[in-house]
Design a protein around this ligand. Structure first.
Ligand code: ATP
Ligand code: MG
Length: 193
């Protein structure tokens, strides 16, 4: 898929991974999160790094019979009910929404639920594969705002120009079997193209 990539991701970097369909973006993220093994080479994760990973697959592993509230409660066993309700409200689950069963949620609602959990966990490296898929404009803004305020490192794949422009400090471009690294923002990357 790609070869010859050698790079170090520094703490608090916000890195966009871009490239055409099938370039190898998801594969790169899977290598980093140990969801797949590189054929050659290695990935070293710092000892204090706690990864939170989002992909379309994350939506499928939600328990269909659990409610929105239960699904968050499972990952935050010591949080108060109020904390969970506030968290869910911040991700646009209001009132009765929190009692809905996962199996009745839309794709966008499931994405919001998974992101709410990821952003409330005690992780410091978010690896996000197309987190804005399914999300409407308001939900994208909520997620963008949360990621801007996130104090850890973020590596994300997105095809959303607004999202890329607002968040990416560096750009990794996966293209024709290589990963090219642009040290500048997405806006600077686009100007160079
Ligand atoms: N397990 C596998 N076996 C064989 N080929 C694979 C496997 N996983 C991925 N590929 C191939 O590797 C290439 C890169 O796939 P990948 O999913 O990383 O692309 P992507 O950049 O994320 O694309 P998209 O923008 O469509 O999500 C594709 O040609 C894909 O078919
Ligand atoms: Mg992909």
């Amino acid at each position: 898929v790609f070869h010859g990539l050698s790079t170090t991701v520094k703490r608090t970097n916000k890195i966009a991974v871009v490239g055409v369909n099938g370039a190898g973006k998801s594969t790169l993220l899977k290598c980093i999160t140990a969801h797949t093994e590189p054929t050659a080479g290695s990935v070293a994760i710092g000892p204090s790094i706690k990864i939170g990973y989002f992909s379309q697959y994350s939506l499928e592993v939600l328990n269909p019979e659990a409610s929105v509230f239960d699904e968050v409660r499972k990952d935050l066993p010591t949080a108060s009910d109020g904390y969970i309700r506030n968290l869910l409200a911040a991700f646009l689950f209001r009132g009765q929404d929190v009692d809905k069963k996962v199996k009745y949620l839309s794709g966008g609602e499931k994405s919001r639920l998974v992101m709410a959990v990821l952003l409330s966990q005690n992780n410091n490296f978010l690896v996000l594969d197309e987190p804005t898929n399914h999300l409407d404009i308001k939900s994208r803004e909520v997620l963008l705002d949360a990621l801007k305020r996130y104090e850890g490192t973020v590596m994300f794949v997105s095809h959303d120009r607004h999202f890329l422009s607002e968040l990416a400090e560096n750009v990794y471009e996966v293209d024709k079997g290589e990963v090219r690294i642009f040290p500048g923002s997405y806006v600077e990357y686009m100007e160079r193209q």
